[in-house]
Design a protein around this ligand. Structure first.
Ligand code: HMG
Ligand code: MG
Length: 298
């Protein structure tokens, strides 16, 4: 059955901006997050403490986090790949970290520069260190459906990794279609396997929209009772290590669908569309969500 309310995890400031060619100024990132907060979003991924040599776009995450230290009613996870990242996250005042394990060997090596098993052991250390410091830990399973290097992924493999992340103390695990190759049959199989492996309330989904399937994949997962959805304002995004993958599900389109279904989100669609318009302006493009386009033409 469909959930009564959905918690949206806005990943635009991180997943959305990490793959931009140009560097987005700090002030524009801060303004984006302020607008997302004003629109009613209460979980907003603020950035990443990763190697700046690999992902220079996220190098000012400490300054982004510092701007929102006193915004206590908004959860702002930051990606952390290793203990060095954890130290930086702590120093910046982050309260929630996100660890991001890969379902496949090749993606672990590309995204984390380490064998899969080693990267998982590293994340266990990060999770333990974060929890010892009183931080919350969110988990991601990358390539939960499809890998850019290895193709389709067995649902059981993704679900088993979700269980491992839950055992590390993650309060929630986001199951990601990194390449955006999934369609509803595969999305449902992956989600069903995950629900069999970890508590339903702890499952989130994260779809990229490469084949235009992100919204329908999300709906399929909601029908299984999943009630946490990652999305990105204006459909920004993509992973530097997933060549050809499009942006995330656009938050505007997600909110429009959920409103139509009578599912509560706490998000004001007009304010969200405005946030998307503003950041699209900074990036020099037209807002990419269908909802923003439709509302502009009204
Ligand atoms: P490495 O090169 O093997 O690391 O990278 P290293 O330990 O050998 O260190 C190399 C240099 O990086 C050193 O500096 C370190 O200090 C520095 P140097 O001595 O050369 O000057 N370094 C760091 N600096 C800042 N923060 C750190 C850090 N760690 C090392 N945390 C590493 C290994 C894991 C660090 C690297 O591979 C990395 O940063 N990976 C992250 C890549 C990334 O951010 N990918 C995109 C996000 S994941 C994603 O988009 C998918 C997701 O959306 C879900 C989905 O859709 O699937 C979440
Ligand atoms: Mg992603």
């Amino acid at each position: 059955a469909l959930p009564k309310s959905v918690r949206i995890v806005e990943v635009g400031p991180r997943d959305g901006l990490q793959n931009e060619k140009g560097l987005v100024p700090l002030a524009a990132k801060v303004a984006l997050i302020e607008r997302l907060v004003a629109a009613g979003l209460r979980t907003i991924e603020a950035g990443s403490f990763v190697a700046p040599r690999w992902v220079p776009q996220m190098a000012d995450t400490d300054r982004v986090v510092a701007q929102f230290r006193s915004t206590l009613d908004v959860e702002m996870p930051v990606l952390v790949p290793n203990l060095k990242g954890l130290e930086l996250a702590k120093a910046a005042g982050a309260r929630t970290v996100a660890i991001f394990a890969a379902a496949t060997e090749s993606f672990a090596r590309a995204n984390l520069n380490a064998p899969r098993a080693e990267s998982i052991a590293r994340f266990a250390e990060v999770a333990a260190g974060a929890r010892a410091h009183g931080m919350r830990v969110r988990g991601y399973v990358s390539c939960a459906v499809h890998c850019p290097y290895e193709g389709w992924v067995e649902p059981g493999v993704a679900a088993e990794l979700a269980a491992a992340l839950t055992e590390m103390g993650c309060y929630e695990v986001s199951m990601c279609d990194t390449t955006g190759a999934a369609s509803p049959g595969r999305a449902r199989a992956m989600a069903a396997a995950t629900i069999a492996a970890i508590p339903l309330e702890q499952v989130a989904v994260h779809f990229h929209d490469t084949f235009g399937q992100a919204l329908v994949n999300t709906l399929t997962c909601l029908e299984l009772g999943i009630s946490v959805v990652d999305s990105s304002v204006s459909g920004l995004g993509g992973c530097p290590y997933s060549p050809g993958a499009a942006g995330n599900l656009a938050t505007e389109d997600l909110v429009y669908m959920l409103e139509g279904l009578g599912i509560e989100t706490g998000v004001d669609l007009e304010a969200l569309v405005e946030a998307g318009r503003q950041i699209s302006g900074v990036l020099g493009r037209t807002p990419a969500s269908r909802t923003a386009l439709a509302m502009a033409g009204r």
